[in-house]
Ligand binder design. Structure first.
Ligand SMILES: *Cc1c(COP(=O)(O)O)cnc(C)c1O
Length: 381
């Protein structure tokens, strides 16, 4: 089956008791057993729930994987991956990554004896020097937030396979529509489904997808033992959201392109970061491992005055100011004061993150309205 058909049908069967085409919300904690050990595959909803099962099959199919697991949030999914490790184990992690991932690795799991090396993976060969017999996990996020750097997954997978280390890729920004890390050699795909997969800014949820049965069993054990599972109602909303993922992503990509081209020609704009622009530093990797370029666009203003960035953001009428991304509505974020405010200015700038950087999650409204909104807001400075 091709992607659009899988998005709508994979894992989903009409309800056998009624024929309902939409998977019902099985709002139940437990299941009546006909006798000791005689049940229909469901015993308790932390372990399995009939609204969650189709969703887990669906996300697995979209990632070309065998097994899917859904969690109460993206961070809960990451937490389960890290619990595969034990005290003394080490991981090599890309240095440009979601702040919450950095936080759980350093502030939570360091206490339990895990060590993370945060490394620039622009040159995958260089990460080999951080590998030693204790290294058990390589963690990659691509594209990254907010500078939209890309890491070559196939090149990193060659190294992880050579050393027999698990490779996990956070595929939140790309979505399975644009990129499939398992096909490129990753062992685990992680998603914050909160973003594009849900797509309507109304659910917080995470997922893992794997191909190896043994790895799946270990992660399913952790999921059930630790218990960070999503509610049946949230699973229903997620199933509903995913049905339009391909349509939304096409429009996000089209609008992303229109916005990036407009910004690229605006005299007050300094630099535009959109992975579809031929002058983007990793455009060749985007062409190699992705099927489209998405709706995440960042840009800086000439003069590098933080007041200018704030003025622009406070002048938007269509773009809402807020955190998060991937919804149908356009959102703008100011990384220097919002998502990356805890990083000292000198370090932020060393990483290439200027105070005037504005990150846009370009939604699926009319592109002309979005461009007009950007024009009038930038004209205010
Ligand atoms: C949002 C996000 C997460 C965390 O997911 P939650 O659903 O918020 O827990 C992880 N990685 C990336 C890239 C994200 O954008």
């Amino acid at each position: 089956m091709k992607f659009a058909t899988k998005a709508i049908h994979a894992g989903v069967e009409p309800d056998p008791s009624t024929g309902a085409i939409m998977t019902p919300i099985f709002q139940t904690s437990t299941y009546v057993q006909e006798g000791i050990g005689k049940h229909k595959g469901y015993e308790y909803s932390r372990t399995k729930n009939p609204t969650r099962t189709p969703l887990e099959k669906n996300i697995a199919a979209l990632e070309n994987g065998q097994f899917g697991l859904c969690f109460a949030s993206g961070m809960a999914a990451t937490d389960a991956v890290l619990k595969l490790l034990k005290p003394g184990d080490e991981m090599v992690v890309c240095n440009d990554l979601y702040g919450g991932t950095y936080r759980i690795m350093t502030k939570v799991f360091e206490i339990f004896g895990l060590k993370a090396h945060f490394v620039d993976m622009n040159e995958p060969a260089l990460l080999e020097q951080y590998i030693n017999p204790n290294t058990k996990l390589i963690w990659v996020e691509t594209p990254t937030n907010p500078l939209l750097n890309l890491i070559d997954i196939q090149e990193v997978a060659k190294i992880s396979q050579k050393h027999n280390i698990l490779l996990c890729v956070d595929n939140t920004f790309a979505t399975p529509y644009l990129q499939n890390p398992l096909d490129l050699g990753a062992d685990i795909v992680m998603h914050s489904m909160t973003k594009y997969l849900g797509g309507h800014s109304d659910v917080v949820m995470g997922a893992l997808v794997v191909n190896q049965e043994e790895l799946y069993q270990k992660l399913a054990f952790i999921q059930n033992a630790c218990g960070a599972v999503p509610s049946p109602h949230d699973c229903f909303l997620m199933l509903r959201g995913i049905k339009t993922l391909h349509v939304r992503m096409d429009r996000h990509s089209q609008n992303g392109e229109a916005v990036a081209k407009f910004l690229n020609e605006n005299p007050k704009v300094d630099k535009v970061y959109w992975i579809g622009l031929p002058n983007h530093q990793n455009h060749d990797i985007a062409r190699k491992q992705m099927r489209g370029f998405g709706g995440m666009v960042s840009f800086t203003l000439k003069g590098d005055k933080i007041e200018d960035a704030i003025r622009v953001m406070e002048s938007f009428e269509v773009f809402a100011l807020g955190e998060s991304l991937g919804g149908v509505e356009s959102i703008c974020t100011h990384p220097a004061t919002m998502t990356h405010g805890s990083i000292p200015k000198a370090q932020r700038e060393a990483n290439g993150l200027k105070d005037t950087l504005i990150r846009l999650s370009v939604g699926i409204e009319d592109a002309q309205d979005l461009i007009e909104d950007l024009r009038q807001a930038i004209d205010k400075i």
